[in-house]
Design a protein around this ligand. Structure first.
Ligand code: F6R
Length: 373
């Protein structure tokens, strides 16, 4: 065995467990189980409302990324516009013909509660997805449809429980197809990925560990395209929150019109980045040409990696590529010696915001509302 890889903390299961104190890795290892459970839970959802003219998914951070993925997945299928709204208010067009999916894992995020309040005021059709908190408290009181998902996870690790219900609901509404088959194939593939990248696998035998080692010491930049737009965004967020690093995400073809100029000067600054290209053997030929040409225009010695999607169905490809990013972000955290789970800065920010009284004001307004008939 290569003595260099032997020295890596990623080859030492005890070291991985010591740093990953709250066991973030378990969510990647058990991803298939969580997607299966999420599918079962979602079966009880009822789409018993008139077809909307548009759909707005209101949420923040780890609770909004499911909406981004849904938007990409449904883009070539759904006949209605879908927007992810990460703000206190909904877009101006939202009205009684809008379906609002209010997604907040904790149910206590002030922007999401404010968007929920806005949706009620505009008489939108609302469906809440959450583990509880203030959101479900008011959903129950105000007769708003909701799905309660299992509690006790970091929101970003609860992605299966936040994404699958949205997919299933849209399938039940007849807006997308192939969700059930796609999830079936995906869960098998996720199980295989988890075994191939388990903590016991040596760096040389695990794509996730070797990519984490390659990225270590740089700012990761993730390039997606088409349906992999939200995946690139998820990778970036997981690098931020799990590995505690800065990260960037961009998409083809737009990145060809601005981002690539940043590579013009092959100086010390450019060397601080590494680029991960998300690839698919069925990627459109025009995207393929752009990726290949872009690589030739980047400094030769800049770190470039490629991750090829696996699976047949779009869902299997999406979810397995997401899982790869999740694994890499945790292994990168181990290499940096940081516990992937706590996100102290977000917690501190929320605590300080709590002192400003905004959330209390939103709750007071919610308390004044009467239940829908
Ligand atoms: C934490 C995380 C965050 C939260 C965000 C919103 O794991 O991923 O991005 O998702 O602060 O909180 P929730 O999801 O509870 O509405």
């Amino acid at each position: 065995m290569n003595p260099k890889t032997q020295e890596s903390p990623l080859d030492d299961v005890n070291e991985i467990r010591r740093i990953d104190k709250s066991n973030m890795l378990s969510f990647s290892i058990e991803a298939a189980k969580h997607y299966n459970e999420a599918t079962k839970i979602s079966e009880k959802m009822s789409a018993d409302f008139t077809k909307p003219e548009n759909i707005v998914i209101a949420g923040m951070g780890g609770s909004a990324i499911g909406g981004e993925l849904l938007k990409d997945y449904t883009r070539i299928q759904a006949p209605v516009p879908i927007e992810v709204s990460k703000d206190y208010t909904l877009p101006a067009y939202a009205n009684r013909k809008t379906l609002v999916l209010a997604v907040s894992y904790s149910g206590d995020t002030e922007e999401s509660l404010s968007a929920f309040l806005d949706a009620i005021k505009r008489q939108c059709t609302i469906y809440c997805i959450s583990s509880g908190g203030t959101l479900l408290n008011f959903a129950e009181k105000l007769n708003v449809s909701f799905l309660r998902v299992p509690a006790g996870m970091p929101p970003r690790a609860a992605l299966p429980y936040l994404l699958v219900p949205q997919l299933v609901l849209l399938e039940k509404m007849g807006l997308v197809s192939d969700v059930s088959e796609g999830l079936g194939e995906a869960t098998k593939l996720l199980g295989k990925f988890s075994r191939e990248n388990s903590p016991e696998k040596p760096v040389g035998k695990s794509l996730a560990k070797s990519l984490a080692s390659g990225i270590h010491g740089t700012v990761p930049v993730v390039y997606g395209f088409g349906v992999y737009r939200g995946v690139a965004q998820r990778w970036k967020q997981q690098f931020n929150e799990n590995s505690k690093v800065h990260a960037k995400w961009e998409v083809f073809p737009e990145l060809n019109h601005n981002e690539i100029v940043g590579w013009e000067k092959a100086d010390a600054l450019a060397k601080q980045f590494s680029t991960v290209f998300l690839r698919d053997k069925n990627e459109p030929s025009e995207v393929r040409s752009r990726i290949e040409i872009t690589k030739t225009l980047m400094p030769q010695n800049s770190k470039k990696f490629e991750v090829w999607a696996q699976g047949k169905s779009t869902l299997a490809k999406l979810l397995s590529t997401i899982l790869m990013g999740d694994f890499i972000s945790v292994y990168l955290a181990i290499l940096r010696g940081v516990d992937p789970t706590p996100v102290q800065t977000i917690a501190m920010l929320k605590q300080k915001l709590g002192e400003t009284g905004t959330k209390e004001r939103i709750v007071r307004e919610l308390e004044k509302l009467k239940p829908a008939q």
